[in-house]
Structure formats: structure tokens, C-alpha cells
Design a protein around this ligand. Sequence first.
Ligand code: PBG
Length: 331
Amino acid sequence: MTRSYPNTRLRRTRASGWSRAMHRETVLTAADLIWPIFVTGGKGVEDPVDSLPGVSRWSVDGIAARAKEAVELGIPCIALFPNTQPDLRSEDGAEAYNPDNLMCRAIRAVRDACGNDIGILTDVALDPYTTHGQDGLLNDAGYVENDDTVAVLVDQALNQAEAGADIIAPSDMMDGRVKAIRMALEMGGHHNIQIMSYAAKYASAFYGPFRDAVGSGDRLVGDKKTYQMDPANGSEALAEVALDIAEGADSVMVKPGLAYLDIIWRVKERFDVPVFAYQVSGEYAMIEAGAAAGVGDRDGLLMEKLIAFKRAGCSGVLTYHAPVAARILNG
Ligand code: PBG
């Protein structure tokens, strides 16, 4: 059957609001949003991140308040990232497995404030804890050692699990880390803790404001190209995803978001696993900067980008716009 004009006029179903609503192919709700939040030390602290207008680092009490806000808005999950104080950063990032580090304190505060009404996703990688800003351990040549790093990431993941994390999200891109973390979680009796792997994470220019927020940017020596992916590669992303699923990931992430919609689509077509996109800090900042420069209406710009992730096949999106988007969606 071939469609032809005038039997088919595609504008018919677009002619009124009710009809557009009825024919809408994808929906975005607050339940699709994961809200990344930055944790800092002290009490009663709100410390704005200059390169992310509208985003702040919050002390642990403020994190608990943000978590309550998320619950009220219908946002199901928050993602925590610590800005570790300088004297606790070290060559080996040992603060990552201190049971009383910022991350663990924030996890416990959120649990106290919200019980099980919210999911807590925690980032596994060493960059917020190292003096050199790399995600793993460096050898004498300055190369990030894979297997030695994985051993430490396991300790970091268990530390977060014991503090009460619901979803462990390794963002480090070491080979074999999902398998090692999954085995350790099983051995530790944490059978229901999920792993959302940053399966296809690219060496991207869009992470700048995040690195400001966690304080790793100025410290970073070199780049992350020996472990994060080349933006030119697509098939390799499928190989990363296949391995992470085989190793025990419950869901996978593609990061950054908008420049990688083709990857999201290919992953969704190929695998029956939930896919999430991380709309990263640079993407958020560009929307805010664009709106401030008069490119368009901020809410319109951000909602159009978020629905694109759903259309491409995502189960949900990590976005700094989560509370703004939820307010828009909730009317
Ligand atoms: C680090 C990490 C990064 C982000 C999340 N986890 C930055 C990096 O790899 O340098 C970026 C998130 C963002 O830009 O919003 N393991």
C-alpha cells in the first residue's frame, strides 16, 4: 500500500491540540529523569558552580533537602558527585573508599530523609579523589593502569553499597570493572544493587563544567583518551555495551547525550537492556547560554532536547535540568 495525496494528508492529524496529543509517539514524564547533584563539605552551604548557571554544590544537609524536593517532583532517582576537599585528594584516591567520605555521608542523609522513596545512584571512578584528576591509578609513565584501578574501584563500589547506594554507576571505562564489581556485590550479599554502567562514554569536550564542579578540571594532567572512547567510533560502542551486559550490568548509559543519539538508537535496536543518556554538563551549559543569548525560549529548548532522548529509545535521562523539566511537566 502506498500513501498518496490527497487520500493522505499528514497535516490532518496535526490540526488540533487534542489530535496532536492523541498521536504523540513518545512521552516524557518526571519519572524519566535522573538528577545529578554535587556534594560539598560544611553545613548549610550552597556553592554555585559558575560554569553551570542554576546549579550548585550543596552540603550534606542540602543534599537531603534536594532529595526531598526530587520526591515531591516525582523524580525517581538522584546521582551524587562529590567535590572532595583538597587535602583529602591523593595520588591513589584512597578517600574513595573511606566509609565516612562525603559520598557516604550524603547517601545516609538522603536515606534518613527519604527512606526508600528515592533511588540513589553513585558514581564509581577516582577523579573526584585524585590529585591528578584521572579516573584511575597512574603508573610511572603516566598511563592509567587498568587492573590495579579495577581493584580500587571494587573497594569504592562496596563502600557505596554499604552506605546504602541503590545503583552503582561505574564511569571510569576500565576494562572488566563491571564484572569485578558485580562479583564483589554478589559475594557481599548485595544481590539487589543495580549496576548502570557508563558503557559508551566518550572522551568529550562537553565535560568541562562538571570538572569545575567536582574540582578535577584544574588538576587534570593530560586527557582521558586511553580509556574513554573516540567520538569517531560507533561499532566500538556496541562492543562496550555487549561486554558490560555480559559482565552483569542491569542497564547501560551513553554519554554525552545529544551528539550520540545514533549510538543510543543502535544500542536500543541491538540489545534488550534499558538505555539511559547522560545529558552532560556542557550540554546543559550550552542550553542556558543559548537561551541567555536569545537563541530561543529556554524551556522550549530544553524540553525538545529531552524528548529527543526518549524518541531515540532511552528509558531515561540524567540531566541537570531535571527539577526544571519536572516542574514544567507537572504544570
Ligand atoms: C568522571 C565523570 C565525568 C562526568 C561524570 N563522571 C567527567 C569525566 O569523565 O571527566 C561528566 C559529567 C558531566 O559533564 O556532566 N568519572
